[in-house]
Ligand binder design. Sequence first.
Ligand SMILES: [Zn+2]
Length: 53
Amino acid sequence: MKVVCPVCNKLFEAECTPYKTVYNEIMYYFDTEICQIAFSREPERFIAKCEKK
Ligand SMILES: [Zn+2]
């Protein structure tokens, strides 16, 4: 499954990364640990542009 890192917008395979976080019942995948940490610090900053409601 191809996913986009919400922090750096890089496309990658979700199965290839150990970095994932559930936030507001949505699973977010990250290409690097750095991106995951950045997201966990300020999730609102990164999900605003990705939300589809
Ligand atoms: Zn990233």
